[in-house]
Design a protein around this ligand. Structure first.
Ligand code: ATP
Ligand code: TZE
Length: 542
């Protein structure tokens, strides 16, 4: 834990050349009521909080006369300047402007944030308390710098309107999920408030975190203002908050992550027409047209051919082969076996999508036959499908859809690795996090996790099958030797296109249209910028 020391006490309240950084980690909202310990003033408590490491101060006065409010704001600003911590004023823009504070925080009953921004200008911080997505979008449109959720827990400190229910951990988590899904609010920092103290903030930060968005800090009142030793209370709070925020997933740096660079470079070749792999599919009736359009959109050349009589000729000229067991028939199985043998004989990479492998004995037996007769380079499936092929019990398979792997990341990684070991193929296992696993020629296990994607991808059928198509396109350019990179590239393209498409989605069908447009529009730089790829995943899982 670092305790910041005064940067400079000379000319302490002068406006700094650059405004102090906005950091919501330990955000003190003041209270001048009866909670203050005997003999302590608001100024004493704020000074102690700054010494203890508070990262942001909001002066909140509900009954002070304007003159006294301004006097107090001036005093706090002098303190805050000495620690390079911003001072915000609750509600009263006039007071903020009178003392040249760093900004304001508005509740939903305060001034319209757009008007506030117009008065404040672009260089002051604007924070807004939001109860729902409507408030959040309005705040984002107004140019808010951060959002505070309404109260997470009940508190004595603030009287709420009758009927107000605190959000609870699940409510905050749901709000973070929605904020992450909307392009306007995705990047805005968020804190929560209400009944928070050192013994519950760790759990709150952990339990509200979603895959795509987490809280950036906590706002407290009595946890600091009511404490006899406010400095120690703040330091303790900061310790917990920093520890929890540091536990956020660590993504490989863009430069260091070789697989992401390969994905971007290969996409560039496809985009520039320097590669246009012919991807031969034997795939299901549900996705056939979609898969062809997806391959075309990224720059591949799709062909759907199912007759055994033309396998020799068709697979023979393909750059890659995708076999998908989604809507099987005996004649298609024969064609798959022939196509697979041709591909193996000619060194053409082969991708298996074992759709619904665990759903019926017929599918499972077919997948087993294919695996014994054909050497697959990549197997792409959801967890239920991978578990069925790896002979692992306990992952539900409902038709073509999958349940989750019990046991979290460690169990997911173990599952993907088990199938990679058993088959020698690269295993790409889809889900909220996608895992790609392989065993290298030297016998080492390599796993990466891709944390991109959106739940919308689960709301239209066949995105898993379409991921196999994209993987097939990349494998057609990169060849068998780079099957691992091809699998990551296909997944990343699907997930990043999905993230971009969310902004235009009004429902599943508009999402689908936007997704296919994004297959066409997503650029190498988008993959590099958006990639949330963890490449030390094996170590983390052990
Ligand atoms: N909850 C989620 N959050 C983020 N991304 C997701 C989520 N669920 C699925 N995805 C993404 O959707 C894509 C398809 O994965 P999914 O597991 O839904 O495939 P599937 O079950 O084989 O689909 P289908 O059978 O419809 O073809 C993957 O790229 C995955 O990352
Ligand atoms: C819904 C469905 N049924 C067989 S294949 C398929 C497409 C998604 O896997």
């Amino acid at each position: 834990m670092t305790v910041t020391s005064p940067a400079s006490t000379a000319a302490a309240s002068a406006t700094p050349a650059t405004r102090p950084p906005l950091n919501l980690a330990v955000y003190l909202v003041t209270d001048s009521g009866s909670m203050l310990p005997e003999g302590k003033s608001v100024e004493d408590q704020v000074k102690a909080a700054l010494e203890g490491g508070a990262t942001l101060i909001q002066l909140r006065e509900k009954s002070l006369d304007t003159g006294a409010f301004i006097t107090r704001a001036r005093a706090l600003l002098t303190l805050c300047r000495a620690y390079n911590v911003p001072l915000l004023i609750n509600d009263r823009i006039d007071v903020a402007l009178a003392v040249d504070a760093d900004g304001v925080h508005l509740g939903q009953d305060d001034m319209d944030p757009k008007l506030a921004r117009a008065i404040l200008g672009p260089n002051k911080y604007l924070g807004v308390t939001v109860h729902n997505m409507h408030d959040a979008e309005r705040a984002a449109d107004a140019g808010a710098d951060y959002l505070g959720t309404c109260a997470i827990f009940d508190t004595q400190t603030k009287k709420h309107k009758p009927g107000f229910e605190p959000l609870g951990v699940e409510g905050v988590k749901a709000m973070l999920t929605k904020l992450a899904e909307h392009h306007k609010t995705r990047a805005l920092p968020v804190c929560t408030i209400g009944g928070l103290h050192a013994s519950n903030v760790g759990a709150v930060l952990k339990d509200t975190a979603t895959k795509t968005k987490k809280l950036d800090g906590v706002a407290v009142v009595s946890a600091i203002m009511a404490q006899k030793d406010a400095r120690a209370a703040t330091a303790q709070l900061k310790d917990v908050v920093e520890r929890e925020l540091a536990l956020a997933p660590v993504y490989a740096t863009r430069e260091a992550c070789q697989v992401v660079s390969v994905a971007a470079e290969t996409l560039r070749k496809l985009r520039e027409g320097k590669a246009s792999p012919l991807v031969h599919h034997i795939t299901n009736f549900v996705v056939m047209n979609d898969n062809a359009n997806a391959a075309l959109a990224v720059g591949g050349s799709p062909v759907m051919a199912h007759a055994e009589n033309e396998m020799e000729a068709m697979t023979g000229i393909a750059s890659s082969l995708v076999l998908n067991v989604g809507t099987l028939s005996d004649t298609w199985i024969s064609a798959m076996l022939t196509a697979g043998r041709v591909a193996n004989a000619r060194g053409i990479p082969v991708v298996l999508d074992p759709v619904g492998a665990g759903a019926t004995p017929y599918r499972l037996a077919t997948c087993r036959t294919l695996l014994s007769e054909i050497k697959f380079d990549i197997i792409k499936g959801n967890a239920g499908e991978i578990a069925a092929l790896a002979n692992v019990q306990g992952v539900e398979q409902r038709g073509v859809d999958s349940g989750e792997v019990a046991g979290g990341e460690k169990a997911s990684v173990a599952l993907a690795v088990a199938l990679a070991k058993a088959t020698g193929a690269v295993v790409a296992m889809s889900g909220a996090t996608d895992y790609v696993a392989r065993v290298t020629a030297e016998g080492k296990t390599q796993v990466v996790a891709v944390d991109n994607g959106t739940q919308w991808l689960g709301k239209i059928t066949g995105t898993g099958c379409t991921t196999a198509t994209l993987v097939g396109c990349f494998a057609g350019v990169l060849g068998k030797a780079n099957a691992f990179e091809a699998a990551v590239a296909g997944i990343l393209t699907m997930c990043v296109a999905g993230e971009k498409a969310v902004a235009l989605a009004k429902g599943p069908m508009s999402f689908k249209v936007a997704l296919f447009d994004e297959f066409f529009n997503v650029m190498p730089a988008d993959l590099v910028q958006a990639a949330k790829v963890r490449d030390r995943i094996q170590a983390n899982a052990d």
